[in-house]
Design a protein around this ligand. Sequence first.
Ligand code: TRP
Length: 439
Amino acid sequence: MHPESTPSPQRFLTGITTTGTPHLGNFVGSIRPSVAASRMVNVQSYYFLADYHALIKCDEPARIQRSTLEIAASWLAAGLDPERVTFYRQSDIPEIPELTWLLTCVTGKGLLNRAHAYKAAVDKSQAAGNDPDADISAGLFMYPVLMGADILMFKSHKVPVGRDQVQHIEMARDMALRFNHLYGEHFVLPEAAIEDSVALLPGLDGRKMSKSYDNTIPLFAPPGQLRKLIASIVTDSHAPGEPKETGGSALFQIYQAFASASETQALQQAYAGGIAWGDAKQLLFERIERDVAPMRERYHALINDPEKIEDLLQAGACKARAVATPFMRELRQAVGLRKLGSPPAPAQKGKAARTGSPAFKQYREKDGKFYFKLVDADARVLLQSQGFDSHQEAALIIAALQKEGPLALTALDGKVAATQGSSVADLAKVLQFFAPNAN
Ligand code: TRP
């Protein structure tokens, strides 16, 4: 958005829901790459414990508290530097629920109806022959808005998440566009950052390692338990001495996630040479233990000193609120939650175009006719109308476009044409912006 200021830092933000105990899959897929990213130059990282989100899934207070402690300790033990990173607990930032409400008011209910997690819950209720919304809390329905507030509050550019969360980032983008359109340019449009190089770690049964499959290896299991769990990883029935396939071998994939290229190659050769599964499992245990043992020690020291973690989180909250408090003040001002004595802000009319949001622009030419064009956020003209006899006629057509999207174009029979170089996809995207409830 500011090409002239290339060195301005990229802000990365991600949240971790505090409902469980971190496992090797969380470490490989999220903790390790996030800690590495936080050490890059010109990057500002915001990592937080999403405990408000945890309440949506979990009604056991002790578990929320314990999980918050364990996750915080895990990230710190894995090398997260709270001096470099703004590391905080979501519920320490009262501006987050406040922003959630402002976003709620600009989010189409239809948009939330289409969220995968909500739809899956509805499908499940219906499959069980129940009312579609049976057992679905409004919290689950609102999940994407709370997440939007997390992301937009800190003007995040990049949000590292798993594929299952991408839709939520897109929704946060929609909320930002809508809000900016109504109230001026306040939010940065975030993008999902999916690490494709980070393969999903398989679990004990070969499926993706996940709490919901009950196939996880806890990151800081004591060595004895780690060894036992590794012994229970599924393998095929090839006997010692028989060559083994690396493809599809969960054991091999987990090894690879920890090993260097040459270590991986050595194991590959051992597979070809008929290594016994028991020996391969011993190698895996030793390889994981080499990385995990020093972290485990730090982890236990931290877990036994919850006050210290609490202090770190309070310091993180202070840093986060130094950003959130003034920004929230700006946003309250923008929507009209203002001191009664303060002068009203300039009218919003025409502001959208200047502030880089898509807009329909109406104008009158010398021929006395009424025209409009649709410009995108970069002021590129996507649609150009012919001249109409009245302002109302033009307005009706704009309304149809806003409501029906590019489909309306066919019915408009040449009264409005796409300009050269603008694709239907561009158009659909820009028009979607005006119609949060359209499909
Ligand atoms: N929903 C995310 C998950 O389950 C957690 C989360 C909450 C999050 N707020 C966020 C992730 C903001 C990224 C950005 O994984």
